[in-house]
Design a protein around this ligand. Structure first.
Ligand code: C5P
Length: 408
């Protein structure tokens, strides 16, 4: 199966003479087995008509943000979620600037702002525009956010000048897209992932919880699905769309998470525990809202929550088990100690502290297994997730090989 077979690619076409090459790009993507949907900006339609792309993709072309008919068929948020990859080719200097500044005043920029899928842009513009400091800053901004920049190439330009700014050739863009997806390293595997916080009820209106956003776990789930795995995501309460191709089970408390994990663990051969599980829960959940009294303070009795990862590691047979550890200091010792005490195969340590590890800044992950450690990043969480999935796949493959060798 080709690396693009059955991949859902949303192609954004913006206004530039290279728009005519996007027609050939569409044809090649479709020939490689991808499902292609095309979004055109108004300026792109001055160069090539939507009908060309409709004929090549076999799908109606999307052009307007505020078209009730198109929105009824597949709205902009659905398109943003449908795509496994968004690739903009050609991407004009204006489009790059608007993406960098988070504009959402047309269909394409709105989709890019709404999506959780990878975005790649193939710049195409006059060499002077490409060399301009404003474009360079916008491109750097996108790159830092995890957008893949494809090219541009150098050579003769439509305007008669020569230099850097030509769009890469359609065939090259097809292999770039294949590379963005990476190989299907987890094809045939079933990955179970926990993500997000847990929420521990105190009474019908109050709870104990934490600030976990679920971003890392969701990025790992998306990467595992793109790598060809069947993915089950057991998620605590977070406001995030379910990644394409992922089965999601929503839970609230640690005990609900424990039970959902137990149900799906048998079928899984890889378990990745990214959830920030509350270590303790209120010892009792009051049936009615707890009333305040006259006393100055109150003591809350807490009960220990189950260690979901620890339980998974203790099973026999068991999946390949991966845990996370947020460490502020002596990262290596603490991570290796946690790996041994839980019985996990791999611990991913992320250094946290003042200004690192939180929010949208780049971070690093250090992976510890019985053979030692390897560092990923610094990079955004989506890139780290992709690299982590590659690293896990490699370890699972060599373990399976070792087991086969032992058996013969
Ligand atoms: O136990 P500790 O919080 O130090 O370990 C963190 C790792 O263990 C994470 O991978 C987390 O998802 C997992 N964990 C769990 N159940 C708990 C506590 C942590 O699965 N009750």
């Amino acid at each position: 199966m080709s690396g693009l077979a059955e991949r859902r690619i949303l192609l954004g076409v913006t206004g530039g003479i290279a728009a005519y090459k996007a027609a050939e790009f569409t044809r090649l993507l479709a020939r490689a087995g991808a499902q292609v949907r095309v979004v055109m900006t108004r300026a792109a339609q001055d160069f090539v008509g939507p009908l060309t792309f409709q004929a090549l993709s076999g799908e109606k072309v999307h052009t307007d943000l505020l078209d009730p008919d198109a929105e009824a068929a597949m709205g902009h948020i659905e398109l943003a979620r449908w795509a496994d990859l968004i690739v903009i080719a050609p991407a004009s200097a204006d489009c790059i600037a608007r993406l960098a500044h988070g504009h959402a005043d047309d269909l394409l920029t709105t989709i890019c702002l709404a999506t959780e899928s990878p975005v790649a842009v193939a710049p195409a513009m006059n060499q002077g525009m490409w060399a301009h400091a404003a474009t360079a800053a916008n491109v750097e901004c996108l790159r830092r956010r995890g957008v893949t920049i494809l090219g541009p190439a150098s050579g003769d330009q439509a305007c008669g000048e020569t230099g850097s700014g030509r769009m890469r050739e359609p065939a090259e863009l097809v292999s770039d897209c294949t590379e963005v997806f990476g190989p299907r390293v987890l094809s045939g595997h079933h990955v179970l992932i926990t993500a997000g916080p847990t929420l521990e009820a105190l009474d019908p209106v109050r709870y104990l919880s934490n600030h976990s956003s679920g971003r890392m776990g969701y990025a790992i789930a998306a990467s595992a699905a793109r790598a060809g795995a069947r993915v089950t995501l057991v998620s605590g309460p977070v406001q995030r769309p379910t990644p394409a191709g992922v089965e999601r089970i929503d839970v609230q408390s640690a005990r609900e998470m424990q039970s959902a994990v137990a149900t799906h663990l048998e079928a899984a051969d890889i378990f990745i525990a990214t959830a920030a599980v509350a270590d303790y829960r209120p010892a009792e959940i009051a049936e009615r809202k707890i009333k305040k009294g006259d006393e100055d303070g109150r003591t809350l009795a807490l009960a220990r929550n189950p260690d979901i990862l620890g339980e998974a590691c203790a099973r026999s047979p068991r999946p390949y088990c991966v845990g996370f550890a947020a460490e502020t200091d002596t990262v290596a010792e603490n991570a290796q100690a946690k790996r041994r005490s839980k019985g996990a195969d791999l611990i991913c340590a992320n250094a946290v502290g003042a200004g690192i590890g939180f929010g949208d800044v780049d971070s690093t992950l250090e992976l510890f297994d019985e053979h030692g450690s390897v560092r990923l990043g610094p990079a955004d969480k989506e890139t780290l997730a992709r690299e982590l999935i590659m690293a896990i796949a490699e370890r699972v493959r060599s373990l399976t090989q070792e087991q086969r060798n032992k058996a013969t």
